[in-house]
Design a protein. Structure first.
Length: 375
């Protein structure tokens, strides 16, 4: 990458392109680097230089257009949810390109229809004064389109823990998928819109997608300027907020007797350094048992658009994880990123494993529901 920057290696050099295209970008090298090299930042810059010379792969452009473009993505997600509701996606889940895509969509299905709520006092976004526990929720693109039930669970668990959750109009995709693909200018444009939408307040911005949170915390680096720096400092993963507020545990008699394997998302563990907080969330649930899985901190192979652009290598990475999950005999695989949920969920279905992939906050939400914390 340094040779590319200095002009010593051409951006079209086949060996360079082959190597960087096949990097997962998991950033697992960063925490163990004694020199503190921010490899992820360098990878984004290198891919940007390569794309400027060769152009962006058609599959990447098409995926970004379908998944993140306002107006277009809403239609795409509507059809995806319609197909998901038929149940056919689970039936056709498998290892081929089409079968794996069906498995990924099946993995976004909510566990159950939620028929309960919480007392939620709505606060106008432009309220004159901040409440001590007011937070703003980031909805994003994939999370809002396919995992809105995780947003619902996030809001319910935050309200139980005495947070006031505010909706923010005008927000857009965080730009993480664009940045990972080397489309840095597009990522910056989206970041500017979000910084303007969320304003210059002090309320934490709660995120339940590891990939989104990792980039949003770095908006200051991406955009520069005091406002972007402040924005990044406000971003919190939902587990950070819950664990940091003295999270309320479910009342006695509302346990979840589950064996859960926690698969920390790369961009939560490596990029954000959030390791302990999700474990505190699980510890608040009576009877829930975390089962150890060797190599849990290794990438699942999703890696943004990697699962679409490099399917063979992506599946090879995933199969190693699935073999270990089979041995662990977990009932639930918990992970806090939409790409990981879809990748692992599709792999579990293709491998014939009965476990479900779920977001950690969904488990806490289930425990609160069983404890009668909701109306």
């Amino acid at each position: 990458m340094r040779g590319l920057e200095r002009g010593e290696i051409a951006a079209t050099d086949p060996a360079l392109v082959y190597h960087l295209d096949r990097c997962l970008g998991c950033r697992g090298c960063e925490p163990v680097c004694p020199s503190g090299v921010q490899y992820g930042h360098g990878l984004e810059a290198a891919r940007s230089r390569i794309n400027a010379e060769r152009g962006v792969p058609t599959m990447a452009r098409l995926a970004l257009w379908a998944l993140t473009t306002p107006g277009v993505s809403g239609v795409v997600y509507w059809f995806a949810r319609l197909l998901r509701a038929t149940g056919l996606v689970r039936l056709f889940a498998g290892w081929g390109r089409w079968g794996f895509a069906m498995g990924m969509l099946a993995a976004t299905r909510p566990q159950r229809r939620v028929a309960f709520g919480v007392r939620r006092r709505r606060i106008p976004f432009n309220a004159a004064r901040d409440t001590p526990h007011a937070v703003q929720i980031f909805r994003g693109c994939v999370m809002q389109g396919l995992f809105s039930h995780v947003h619902d669970a996030t809001i319910r668990t935050l309200v139980v823990n005495e947070y006031e959750v505010r909706e923010v109009p005008g927000q857009v995709c965080c730009g993480a998928l664009h940045a990972h693909a080397g489309l840095v200018d597009e990522a910056r444009a989206l970041a500017r819109i979000n910084v303007d939408a969320f304003g210059g307040g002090e309320e934490p911005i709660v995120v339940n997608s590891a990939g989104c949170g990792a980039l949003m915390k770095e908006y200051g680096r991406l955009l520069g300027g005091v406002l972007a720096e402040r924005f990044g400092a406000r971003v919190r993963d939902v587990t950070e907020l819950l664990a940091g507020s003295g999270m309320k545990g479910p009342v006695a008699g509302a346990p979840l007797d589950l064996h859960v394997a926690y698969d920390p998302p790369c961009h939560l563990l490596h990029a954000q350094g959030v390791a302990v907080q999700p474990l505190k969330l699980f510890a608040a649930i009576p009877l829930l048992e975390l089962v150890p899985v060797p190599g849990a901190a290794e990438c699942c192979g999703s890696a943004g658009l990697f699962t679409l652009l490099e399917p063979e290598m992506s599946r090879d990475v995933l199969k190693t994880k699935l073999d270990r999950l089979r041995e662990a005999a977990a009932q639930v695989v918990a992970t806090g990123n939409p790409g990981c949920l879809m990748q692992i969920g599709a792999g579990l279905a293709a491998a014939g494993l009965a476990a479900r992939a779920r977001h950690p906050v969904e488990l806490l939400d289930d425990a609160y529901r069983a404890a009668g914390r909701y109306e």
